[in-house]
Ligand binder design. Structure first.
Ligand SMILES: C[S@@+](CC[C@H](N)C(=O)[O-])C[C@H]1O[C@@H](n2cnc3c(N)ncnc32)[C@H](O)[C@@H]1O
Length: 213
């Protein structure tokens, strides 16, 4: 690449945005380490890990507060929740509740929504003091009407759109029509006027994103 071309690349919008983001994070760090130490002051977390030992069930990995605090601080920073206006947030398929916990630590309010199937999540939500609405998200079924609409709706490692496991290990997931119903409901009944929805999908075994739309 010629020097002039390299210099021009520095002025591309993506590069400028990424440089600005790096500078913001360097100048205003959110310490996942401090948040982790603070959380682990409560020795109930040791008891939780004894109750749900790693390796027994895949879901027991959510007792690893160090990993999940760091991961959710990154998620929050990616959404600029460490700056700017305060948001009211709904986290779909909230699981253990770490994302709403971190959002609350950064001054936001929020609730989780999930089915009630995993005992470990009942316990982590209690320790994190995160409120969860119990609801199964299903095709063509509206989400519960909220008391207050949300500025931000998130879903990480989304899997509520799975219908059935296929013989090749991939999942049959919602059709475009089923997604359209969900999106219309979110837009009309859940989100404020300028609100934002973020869905983060698991990759399929064949490398595709689950139901990228
Ligand atoms: C892999 S976990 C991800 C947990 C959390 N979002 C995170 O990334 O840390 C997927 C979550 O989606 C929830 N879930 C799966 N199907 C659902 C459905 N139909 N309705 C609501 N929640 C669902 C599961 O109970 C689980 O908590």
């Amino acid at each position: 690449m010629r020097a002039g071309h390299k210099l021009l690349k520095l002025f591309e919008p993506d590069i400028i945005a990424s440089t600005r983001e790096h500078m913001h994070r360097a100048l205003h760090p959110v310490s996942a380490r401090k948040l982790h130490i603070e959380l682990e002051q409560d020795k109930s977390w040791d008891a939780l890990r004894e109750k749900y030992p790693r390796g027994v069930k895949e879901v027991h990995r959510f007792g690893d507060t160090k990993f999940w605090i760091k991961r959710n601080v990154e998620r929050a920073q990616d959404l600029s929740l460490d700056r700017g206006p305060r948001h009211h947030i709904l986290d779909l398929g909230c699981g253990p509740g770490y994302f709403i916990y971190i959002a609350q630590k950064l001054g936001h309010s929020g609730i989780g929504l999930d089915i009630d199937e995993q005992p470990i999540f009942r316990d982590t939500l209690g320790l994190l003091k995160v409120h969860r609405v119990v609801h199964r998200i299903e095709a063509h079924r509206p989400l519960p009407v909220p008391e207050q609409k949300f500025d931000l709706i998130t879903s990480y490692l989304t899997c509520f759109n799975r219908i059935e496991r296929l013989p090749d290990g991939n999942w049959r997931t919602w059709s475009p029509d089923q997604w359209q119903f969900f999106l219309n409901d979110v837009r009309s009944n859940q989100l404020r006027e300028s609100g934002m929805l973020l869905l983060e999908f698991h990759p399929q075994r064949n490398g595709e994103l689950l139901n990228a739309i």
